[in-house]
Design a protein around this ligand. Sequence first.
Ligand SMILES: *Cc1c(COP(=O)(O)O)cnc(C)c1O
Length: 397
Amino acid sequence: MGSPHEVNSRPPRAHDAPALAEARIDLAAIRANAARLRDAAGSAAVMAVVKADGYGHGMVPCARAALAGGATWIGVARMHEALALRAAGIRSRILAWLLAPGDDWASAVAAGIELSAADPWAVEAATRAALTAGRPGLLHLKIDTGLGRGGASPAHWRALLESASRAEASGHVRVVGIWSHLAHADSPGHPECDRQVGRFRDAVELARKTGMSPEVLHLANSAATLNLPQTHFDLVRTGLALFGLSPVPEVSVPTALGLRPAMTLTARLVSVKRVPAGHGVSYGHRYHTVRETTLGLVPLGYADGVPRHASGTGPLLAVGRRRTVAGTVCMDQFVVDLGDDTAAAGDEIVLFGPGDSGEPGAEDWARAAGTISYEIVTRIGARVPRTYASGSGSKER
Ligand SMILES: *Cc1c(COP(=O)(O)O)cnc(C)c1O
């Protein structure tokens, strides 16, 4: 390596890939993670949860990779996500659960998308949609077993069952599932998990007494799939683990769970310059160089999902060494202090990835920003292109 003063003398490198930054998605990892979750799920089927653009990884390619790995259902929050999956040719069972009266219920029913209902209005919306679509609406009734978010509270469960029974008797809907969601699945051993299982069983019992025979019962997310077999029932809904991240990072890193992180976020330095000691860096000068050093400019900022809360703390792999964001993360860019390392514009910086080259993980960014890895990957912005590798070394855009 040359001496530090040569830093600016090397011409910028030309690269095949023009992208200043990219999120590389390893579809083989998603396929393998799906297979691993299928093992963990035992006799339960696996739903690949690909809401929010596949947790930022790209919804359709990730859904396909998960189905190739053994998932048999796809889950999303919103109806338009489900419709986009069908339009892309995904033919598996699809469940959407965060629905509003103004959604396109008729198109969803026509497309065979299964829909969550937690209120009588949703049963009525499915009934009307069935009349338009000419086929019954497929419903999963949701009970709030304690999360205190969506779902019918136990006091309203009977009324929901009665409205669904009437709609079923008229042939306009079929109740195919009963489901709920856990509050403490990521705290192994928390007593609330088993209390929720108990309330779930009670809700199912009451449905059966009402004359329903739901085909699929489901309660588990990623953490419960990996740690709480008593929550598996017929189907597990796995999101984060499918993308290779640990839902319980304080307890287990991804490799310990047999998972491989699928996203690698990289950027190319756009400028490199030598500055003297005592130089303030970025807005507010929250960082000062301690001696003469080399600063690299990274073209990713909070508009791209790099958390501003990671100012001064976000970890990186820069020209072979772990570094930290220097000073404030801006909208489009941040600075890294490269010391005396030799670098040039065009050199690649890795923000996070599976760790093969010593780069940080999404979980390290979560810790640096005081959040969870879910938020790190889902917030990678639309300005960052996703590129896909199928694992055979091929790369598609
Ligand atoms: C997002 C979501 C999941 C997936 O959760 P992970 O922790 O990512 O596995 C499962 N069920 C529901 C209702 C969700 O909203």
